[in-house]
Ligand binder design. Structure first.
Ligand SMILES: [Fe+2]
Ligand SMILES: [Fe+2]
Length: 144
């Protein structure tokens, strides 16, 4: 079985990997003379930076959290669950609306590159919608 320390080490290494990949994307993007290729490399650069940030937060939490499942780790015990649920449910609608708008744009353009870029955004919006659903389900259970 893996020790907790080796896993945090893996995360630390992966953060460095993401950061160097973000730099690689930026350097490659600079050399490209195709507008869409540049956009796609920039998208990847932002993704790598995002992955590094997420893992930084994981690392901060894992280092502070007692040895338990992360979903059980709570920052404060004073939360208005009613307000929290309403806020999240509103946000769920926002993400769905955003997805619908992007899907509409995908349908109304014939440009292959634009379709591809918008499809990437749509994938993110689908994921955001799913994330909020998970947060409602999991975070709400914990506050019961
Ligand atoms: Fe990544
Ligand atoms: Fe979104």
């Amino acid at each position: 079985m893996e020790t907790e320390e080796s896993f945090t080490d893996k995360i630390r290494k992966h953060i460095e990997f993401e950061e160097s990949t973000a730099k690689l994307c930026a350097a490659t993007s600079k050399k490209l003379d195709n507008a869409v290729a540049k956009m796609l490399l920039t998208e990847m650069q932002l993704d790598s930076t995002k992955h590094a940030h997420i893992l930084e937060e994981v690392l901060n939490t894992v280092e502070k959290a007692p040895p338990t499942r992360l979903w059980d780790y709570r920052i404060s015990s004073f939360v208005d669950t009613g307000v929290m649920k309403k806020t999240l449910e509103k946000h769920l609608e926002v993400e769905l609306k955003m997805l619908k708008k992007v899907e509409e744009m995908i349908k109304t353009t014939e440009d292959e590159a634009l379709k591809l870029l918008l499809e990437h955004i749509a994938e993110d919006e689908r994921k955001h919608h799913k994330i909020i659903k998970t947060v409602i389900r999991k975070a709400h259970i914990l506050t019961k």
